[in-house]
Design a protein. Structure first.
Length: 149
């Protein structure tokens, strides 16, 4: 047996009509593609978001507002939560590592402490940002604040 003698097994292939090979084939003329329009043309590929002449959705929906690319998103904790979190998780130092280990933040989150509530314990905070009111409340309770970049 030689390479040019190889043939598919009997019944494995079916002969299909060759379209676009003249009127005698039964599939000449428009070659089963219909008349006119993008789909009848050579090289046609569907265009993303093409809605057949209807105004596309990205042009129908109004554009409003502004997304600031420089916005810094913080995961926020209030000083009033510090005692509760210390009891629940056994935290004395509120650092990014401790909060991440206890599944309170994601690894890439930035943390800000706000001044809502009262802090009773003496805690150390190593976070990305602190409000003035929170800093005053923490230091009044005997704790300390360190800003981490």
């Amino acid at each position: 047996m030689k390479l040019h003698e190889l043939r598919p097994a009997k019944g494995a292939t079916h002969k299909e009509k060759r379209i676009g090979r003249g009127d005698g084939s039964g599939h000449g003329g428009t070659s089963t593609k219909g008349t006119k329009g993008g789909q009848s043309r050579a090289g046609y590929k569907r265009k993303m978001a093409h809605e057949g002449g209807q105004m596309p959705i990205q042009r129908r929906i109004p554009k409003r507002g502004f997304k600031n690319p420089h916005r810094v998103e913080y995961k926020v904790f209030n000083v009033g939560q510090a005692d509760h979190l210390a009891d629940k998780y056994g935290i004395k130092e509120f650092s990014l590592e401790n909060l991440y280990i206890n599944n309170l933040i994601n690894q890439t989150d930035k943390v800000k402490i706000l001044g809502n509530g009262e802090v009773k314990g003496k805690f150390t905070f190593k976070v990305n940002a602190v409000s003035e009111k929170a800093k005053a409340a923490i230091e009044a309770a005997g704790g300390s604040v360190e800003i981490v970049k």
